[in-house]
Design a protein around this ligand. Structure first.
Ligand code: FAD
Length: 403
């Protein structure tokens, strides 16, 4: 029998959900409060090339390949040069910023050390205990910080690796193997990530009912809807919907992110690369930079080099200091040269990332218990999005397919 499914929120989570339910033959209604679908994901076409507003790429899996076939979209694979990834630590660029001795210790840790999470430790303290200070400072800090939009001391390991068994039974390698899915690397699309949204919308628009400019209704009213109810709003928008179901001290922390796409004549690094990740206290305020035009073909025009720099919005001290000047100062630390860009595009997102900390972990437990409580009363509600099972599109695609 066809299920009636109501999806509240038409960002990529809502679109993925709608896609999976359509494949099951369900009858879907998608409610989006704005006049456009896709949420934060979108691509702006400017004179100098493409500017991504949020995600720049997605990790390709077999399931995702089959969805792309369905919606008639071909992925764009990265150039060979994008295999080169740099860390900026100890004031220099390095592809593997640890000594051979530390590398050997790391292999032993991965093979033999059992994972035990400690809810009272932040990620930095936990990682130092697990892997040692050098690996934490030079690899984990830049890598995790760049993805989660903040520094390790504001994150919690248990929240990030929520799929892992962390009671001291398994080694890291065992957990990596247990959770492994075959992947084909990060891909984008011919017209950028906006292509993914437009193709999904074209595929869905004749199969489901889409209500844009939908006036948000309150939870009490939504609870009366017949069928399955799926919330796919951002975490920021979910908090007011939940109202007093969540105590003030349970409200999770949100992070604000600013990305700056810079088009210029000169490359950041001597050799083309995927980008650079920055450690803490290394004289750079950015978390990371992507070398867009080195990664994917067709990202820039007029032979320009395109980079996207990612910053926690909180680092900008005042309105009198521009994002452009912050970026150029950071860039000069690496290139040791003054340079002026051809064009710069700034996108600031307020509260766009959930902080993957202890509070988020407890909040998700609270949502699990609300879902169970409602289900026992015959109301099938689920909450899905980048605050539940991982921040990236691949995790969202997988979690929406399993719900
Ligand atoms: C700068 C940046 C870079 C990123 N880079 C990557 C990357 O390279 N790779 C990757 O995999 N991921 C990346 N991500 C993460 C990824 O883009 C997001 O996790 C994902 O797009 C979130 O999608 P969403 O649909 O859950 O939320 P949103 O995009 O926020 O969509 C939620 C939607 O719900 C609607 N809505 C809200 N409230 C209501 C309501 N009451 N009723 C109806 N509709 C409502 C909103 O209008 C919106 O359209 C990045 C994110 C950012 C911000």
């Amino acid at each position: 029998m066809r299920d009636q499914v109501h999806i509240v929120g038409g960002g990529i989570t809502g679109l993925f959900l709608a896609y999976h339910h359509t494949k099951l033959g369900d009858s879907v209604t998608l409610y989006e409060m704005s006049d456009k679908l896709g949420g934060v994901i979108g691509t702006k076409v400017v004179n100098e090339g493409l500017v991504e507003l949020a995600a720049n790429g997605v990790l390709l899996t077999d399931e995702m390949k089959s969805m792309l076939d369905d919606i008639g979209l071909s992925p764009v694979f990265p150039n060979k040069a994008a295999k080169r990834r740099y860390f900026w630590t100890n004031q220099k660029l390095s592809r593997l910023p640890i000594s051979i001795f530390t590398g050997i210790r790391l292999v032993f840790t991965l093979l033999f050390k059992k994972i035990k999470f400690n809810e009272n430790q932040n990620f930095e303290t936990w990682a130092c205990q697990m892997f040692g200070t050098s690996v934490t400072k030079n690899i984990i800090e830049p890598a995790i910080g760049g993805v989660y939009g903040t520094r390790l001391d504001s994150l919690q390991a248990e929240s990030i690796f929520s799929k892992w068994e962390g009671s001291g039974k398994n080694t890291i390698l065992q957990e990596l193997k247990r959770n492994k899915t075959k992947t084909y690397g990060t891909v984008s699309f011919p017209k950028g990530m906006g292509d993914l949204v437009s193709h999904l919308v074209q595929y869905l628009e004749h199969k489901i009912q889409i209500k844009t400019q939908f006036q948000p209704v309150n939870l009490k009213e939504i609870l009366t809807w017949k069928g399955k109810i799926r919330f796919s709003t951002s975490l920021k928008n979910l908090i007011p919907i939940l109202g007093d179901l969540i105590e003030p001290n349970e409200v999770p922390n949100l992070l604000s992110i600013t990305t700056i796409t810079r088009f210029g004549k000169n490359h950041l690094t001597k050799k083309p690369c995927f980008g650079v990740l920055f450690g803490k206290n290394e004289g750079i305020r950015a978390l990371g930079v992507l070398s867009n035009s080195d990664i994917f073909p067709g990202r820039s025009q007029q032979g320009l080099h395109s980079e996207t720099w990612i910053y926690p919005s909180i680092i900008k001290p005042s309105d009198s200091i521009t994002w452009e000047s912050i970026l150029e100062e950071d860039r000069k630390v690496i290139t040791e040269k003054e340079d002026s860009p051809k064009a710069v595009y700034v996108t600031s997102w307020s509260g766009v990332f959930p902080a993957y900390d202890k509070k988020l972990y407890s909040f998700n437990k609270r949502l699990d218990s609300l879902e169970r409580q409602w289900l026992s009363n015959g109301i099938d509600i689920r909450f899905l999005g980048n605050y539940r099972k991982g921040i990236g599109l691949r995790s969202i695609f997988e979690s929406t397919s399993r719900e």
